[in-house]
Design a protein around this ligand. Structure first.
Ligand code: GLN
Length: 539
C-alpha cells in the first residue's frame, strides 16, 4: 500500500468514556495549527449500520454531516475543533462493514471462497481505514476505535489495526492508547496496574502502543511515568499526562504543554509547515473564560436526563456565547414536566427559550405550553426542527383558533395537519437512513431576523426530518403574523417561520447546531443569545 498519508490509531482501555474523541480532536487541532492537513474518522464496534435508529439515551445525539450521514456524536467534536466538514466515510460501524461484506458475498464477488472474519471482514475494515487517505487531501488521518480493548465486538478492528502497521510501515503508522490512572484515596496513590493490564491486552493482539495518553485527576509524578514506561514498553517521554480539564476546549493547550503533537511528529517524521498558530483558539478561550455578561436559557426537550442527547446544541451555545462574551447558563427542562398549571413557575426565570428537536408524542403538550408562554410573553424563542413544528401547531391552535391543529406524527387522523409527512416519505418503509438528511439550500427573506443573523440571502443547513410545514395553511398563518421567512428554492418547503410582532421568535426546520464550530459560531445562536440579553435588561 504505497501512500504518503500518515495514520494514527487511537484505542482506549480501562474504561469507556475517557474522551478519545476529545483527545483525537485536540491532537488534530495541534497538527492542523502547524499547517498539516488532518481528518478524523471513527470506527464503532456496534452492529447498527449507523446510529440513526438509536434512541439518544443509548449513545447521545445522532450527528448529521453535509452529505446526510447519520453519525456518532464524536464527529461533532471533530468538526467543532477542526472546522472542516466530515462525511459518511468518517464514521463506520461493524454493521456497515458486515453489510458490505455480505452484499459482496451475495454478488459472488468472493469467487467461491469461505467468507471469514479474517481476511474478509478485516480487509473491508482496512479498505475503509484507507478510503479518506486515498482522496489525497490529508497528510494525517486519525482513526478513533470505539469501545475498549478486550471487548469482544472490537476484536476485528484491533486486528485490522495490527495489520495496518504492516501495510503502512513504521513511519506512517502510530498507535496511541488512552487509559485511566485511578487515584485511590485511602492509599493516597495513583495506580498504574489497570493500564499495565490494558496494554498487555493490546500486546496480546499484536499491537505495541507508541504513546500512552493517561487520563488522571492528579499530576503524574516522575516515578509513575517511569513505571508506566517500563511495564508498558514505551519511551518515558511518550507517557503523556491528560489531566481533567475545566473545558473540553482547554485540552488542545494541555496536550500542547505535554508535547503530544511533538511526540507524534517525531515518530511519524512529520515537520511543521507553518509555525504553530493557536491565536484564534486562545482568543476564543479567553472570551469563554472571561464573560462580561450572562443569561439564563431554557432548553426544553424530552431527553434532558442525558445532556449528550443535545451535545451540538449545548456546544453551539458555548461558541456563540463566547463570541459575544456572554456566559449562557443553560437549564435543561423536561417537556414532560411542563403543563398548563405549572408553566409559569417552570419558565419565568428564563431569558430565552429553546424548544429542542425530537420525535414522537411524549412531552409534546408541554412543548406547546412552552411555545405559548414564549409567544405571549415576548420571551425570545428558538425552535429547532420539532421545535419549529410545535411553534406552528401552537400558532394554528391558539392564534388561528384551529383547535385540533396537529402534526400527523402526533395524530395521524387530525383533520388539520398543519405539519404533515413529506410526499417522498410516504413510500418509505425502512427506518434507517431514510429521513430528509443532510445539507439543503434555503433562501431568506430580506426583512427577516434570519437574514439579519446570517447577513446573506442564500444559506445551506443540515436536516434530519420526515415531516414538514403544510403549505395549504401558509396564507392563513401568514395573515395572522407568522411568516415563512426561509424556503427551499427548489421545492418551496418552509425552512424558517418567524413571528412578526415579537422581539425574536424564530423556528427552523433544519439543525443549525450541526454547523457551529469554535471558529464559526452559528449566527442564529449568536442573535438568539443577544435577544435573550436584551430581554433580560427589560425584565
Ligand atoms: N419528528 C420530526 C420530523 O421527523 C422532527 C424531527 C427532528 O426534530 N429532528 O419531522
Amino acid at each position: 500500500m504505497a501512500s504518503s498519508t500518515k495514520y494514527i490509531f487511537i484505542t482506549g482501555g480501562v474504561t469507556s468514556s475517557l474522551g478519545k474523541g476529545i483527545i483525537a480532536a485536540s491532537l488534530g487541532k495541534l497538527l492542523q495549527s502547524r499547517g498539516i492537513t488532518v481528518t478524523i474518522q471513527k470506527f464503532d464496534p456496534y452492529l447498527n449500520i449507523d446510529p440513526g435508529t438509536l434512541n439518544p439515551y443509548e449513545h447521545g445525539e445522532c450527528y448529521v454531516t453535509d452529505d446526510g450521514a447519520e453519525t456518532d456524536l464524536d464527529l461533532g467534536h471533530y468538526e467543532r475543533f477542526l472546522n472542516v466538514p466530515t462525511s459518511q466515510s468518517n464514521n463506520i460501524t461493524t454493521g456497515r462493514i458486515y453489510n458490505n461484506v455480505i452484499t459482496k458475498e451475495r454478488k459472488g464477488e468472493f469467487l467461491g471462497k469461505t467468507v471469514q472474519v479474517i481476511p474478509h471482514i478485516t480487509d473491508e475494515i482496512k479498505s475503509n481505514f484507507y478510503k479518506l487517505g486515498q482522496e489525497g487531501k490529508y497528510d494525517v488521518i486519525i482513526t478513533e476505535i470505539g469501545g475498549c480493548v478486550g471487548d469482544i465486538e472490537s476484536l476485528p478492528f484491533i486486528e485490522a489495526v495490527r495489520q495496518a502497521r504492516w501495510d503502512l510501515g513504521p513511519s506512517n503508522f502510530l498507535s496511541i492508547h488512552l487509559t485511566l490512572i485511578p487515584y485511590l484515596k485511602a492509599a493516597k496513590e495513583l495506580k498504574t496496574k489497570p493500564t499495565q493490564h490494558s496494554v498487555k491486552q493490546l500486546l496480546e493482539a499484536g499491537i505495541q502502543p507508541d504513546i500512552l495518553v493517561c487520563r488522571t485527576e492528579y499530576h503524574l509524578p516522575a516515578e509513575v511515568k517511569k513505571k508506566l514506561a517500563l511495564f508498558c514498553n514505551v519511551q518515558i517521554n511518550n507517557v503523556i499526562e491528560a489531566m481533567d480539564a475545566d473545558s473540553i476546549y482547554d485540552v488542545p493547550l494541555l496536550m500542547k504543554k505535554e508535547k503530544l503533537d511533538e511526540r507524534v511528529m517525531t515518530k511519524l517524521k512529520l515537520t511543521s509547515k507553518i509555525p504553530l498558530d493557536l491565536e484564534s483558539w486562545k482568543d476564543f478561550l479567553g472570551k469563554l473564560k472571561n464573560p462580561t455578561q450572562d443569561v439564563t436559557i431554557g432548553l426544553i426537550g424530552k431527553y434532558v436526563s442525558l445532556p449528550d442527547s443535545y451535545k451540538s446544541i449545548i456546544e453551539s451555545f458555548t461558541h456563540a456565547g463566547a463570541s459575544i462574551e456572554c456566559q449562557v447558563n443553560l437549564k435543561l427542562i423536561s417537556s414532560e414536566e411542563i403543563n398548563s398549571d405549572n408553566f409559569q413557575a417552570k419558565l419565568e426565570e428564563l431569558d430565552g427559550i429553546l424548544v429542542a428537536p425530537g420525535f414522537g408524542e411524549r412531552g409534546f403538550e408541554g412543548k406547546i405550553e412552552t411555545v405559548r408562554y414564549a409567544r405571549e410573553n415576548k420571551v425570545p424563542f428558538f425552535g429547532i426542527c420539532l421545535g419549529m413544528q410545535v411553534a406552528v401547531i401552537e400558532f394554528a391552535r391558539n392564534v388561528l383558533g384551529i383547535e385540533d391543529a396537529n402534526s400527523t406524527e402526533m395524530d395521524p387522523m387530525t383533520t388539520n395537519p398543519v405539519i404533515a409527512l413529506m410526499e417522498e416519505q410516504k413510500k418509505v418503509d425502512q427506518m434507517g437512513g431514510t429521513m430528509r438528511l443532510g445539507s439543503y439550500a434555503c433562501d431568506l427573506k430580506k426583512s427577516s431576523k434570519a437574514f439579519a443573523a446570517y447577513g446573506k440571502q442564500k444559506i445551506q443547513e443540515r436536516h434530519r426530518h420526515r415531516y414538514e410545514f403544510n403549505n395549504d395553511y401558509l396564507e392563513q398563518i401568514e395573515s395572522k403574523g407568522m411568516i415563512a421567512t426561509g424556503k427551499n428554492p427548489e421545492t418551496g418547503l418552509v425552512e424558517i417561520m418567524e413571528i412578526k410582532n415579537h422581539p425574536w421568535f424564530v423556528g427552523v426546520q433544519f439543525h443549525p447546531e450541526y454547523k457551529s464550530t469554535v471558529l464559526n459560531p452559528q449566527p442564529l445562536f449568536v442573535n438568539f443569545i443577544q435577544a435573550a440579553i436584551d430581554n433580560k435588561k427589560i425584565k
